[in-house]
Design a protein around this ligand. Structure first.
Ligand code: ADP
Ligand code: TYD
Length: 232
């Protein structure tokens, strides 16, 4: 057996160790929740806290503003009608482009030390797309993204679909195709069961989204500051 047979299987672990502790890779943090749960609000607050703590930070969102993400937004608004499996494939493609594209790919940013906070990532696909497609298939089409850009910590902001719909109604005149109480209720159930399945292998924190904006921000910061300390 050659030395390469020993090294190759553990190469990803060696690279991860080198990037994290020698090159000081940034953190990759994601926010999840049903529509109206408060992700956008917390994204901005977390960005401020990270900046106040003197770390480089970039906030971003999926679907992206890139070519595939823009097509997805047309589908979500109902302007373009598309089969939901085709949409699932587009969400996965948009994510890979978000991670790897040469202009503003987020993998490069994290590798160079910037913390990236992303409003929605893999768990959104797992929860929203597994309503119409088998979860295993959704996980498969997102496997490359998961390997290229693993998450350090995911915050799932949990609110009831009733609360979410009330908040959405207050702030927006038009609703996306998934923004019905029935659909959000099914998506929330999916989120909770998938989070339970992943609890041993992923760092996912469930936050009570009924708390005040400030309380949620404080709770998220407690976890993120601990990550920075562990990372120092
Ligand atoms: P999302 O990005 O998850 O759709 P937003 O951050 O846009 O959610 O919040 C949706 C609405 O709910 C906004 O009007 C926002 O001000 C309000 N909101 C956000 N967080 C809270 C909270 N913890 N309590 C009450 N209202 C909130
Ligand atoms: P978004 O604009 O973030 O809505 P909100 O701020 O209300 O949460 O999300 C757009 C929609 O896209 C949302 O309904 C969830 C859906 N979505 C998926 O279905 N799969 C995915 O992989 C992603 C990233 C989003």
């Amino acid at each position: 057996m050659g030395i390469e047979c020993v090294i190759l299987p553990i190469l990803p672990i060696i690279v991860e160790f080198f990037m994290r502790y020698v090159m000081k890779k940034g953190l990759f943090i994601t926010l999840e929740g049903i529509d109206g749960s408060g992700k956008t609000t917390q994204l901005e607050l977390l960005k401020k806290r990270i900046q106040q703590d003197n770390h480089a930070v970039l906030t971003t969102v999926e679907p992206t503003a890139g070519p595939i993400g823009s097509l997805l937004r047309l589908c979500l608004s109902g302007r373009v009608k598309m089969n939901e499996s085709a949409m699932a494939a587009l969400f996965a493609a948009d994510r890979l482009d978000h991670i790897t594209n040469d202009i503003n790919g987020i993998r490069e940013k994290v590798m160079k030390g910037t913390t990236v906070v992303c409003d929605r990532y893999l768990l959104s696909s797992y929860a929203y797309q597994s309503i119409r497609s088998p979860l295993d298939w959704v996980i498969d089409i997102n496997r490359e993204a998961n390997e290229l850009m693993p998450v350090d910590c995911t915050f799932f902001i949990d609110v009831s679909p009733e609360t979410a719909i009330k908040r959405i109604a207050k702030t927006r005149a038009n609703r996306d195709i998934f923004e019905t109480q029935e659909r959000l209720s099914a998506v929330r159930d999916k989120y909770l069961s998938i989070i339970d399945d992943l609890k041993d292998e992923s760092n996912i924190v469930i936050i009570n989204g009924d708390l005040s904006v400030e309380e949620i921000s404080e709770e998220i910061w407690t976890h993120v500051s601990a990550l920075y300390e562990a990372h120092a």
